[in-house]
Design a protein around this ligand. Sequence first.
Ligand code: FE
Length: 206
Amino acid sequence: MNKEALKDLTYGVYVISSKKDNRDVGCIANSVMQVTTNTITISINVNNYTNQAIKDTKEFVCMVLPIDVDSNIIGTFGFKSSQDIDKFKDMDTTIIDNYPILNCSVSYIRCKVINTIEVGTHTLFIGEIVSSDKLNNKEVMTYAYYHDIKKGKSPKNAPTYQEEKIETGKKKYRCKICGYIFEVDELPDDYVCPICGVTRDMFEEI
Ligand code: FE
């Protein structure tokens, strides 16, 4: 198996939300696809708090992120757990049908789960669309853009996660929150992680 072949598959970048114990929870996903005219499927790691939330409520919302998404949204939804924090607390949202929708979203799709398939590390949730809307005409973020232009990483729980190997002569600093690796002679004091937004003190030399 040559894992490079899998990198040729195309994806978007989404926030998938649901509810757990009357709390709004959510995580980043890149594996979302339309199945029929009124169904989509999403792939969520079994260890994600959002996975159990979707199983409990049998509902999820898929928010399509724009190309200029704030790195704080990637950092919060992609690299932290809803078990530990309220991810929506300081986010700019509008409540639609009892779910907070990130105002930066290009569009959202709300679904009720009609089938689930366990595939080892991930659950495929097949959702029938209950409601959906387009919120603006911004360009949508593709996973390739996130990876190549923003130098974004897959969290370890993502289906697309692969170990990274980088070789240059410079020092390497790794963000302890999101795993972003920055190669530079010396990390500037005012450096901020371009992926998750944390400050220099959260970087370690590797
Ligand atoms: Fe980071």
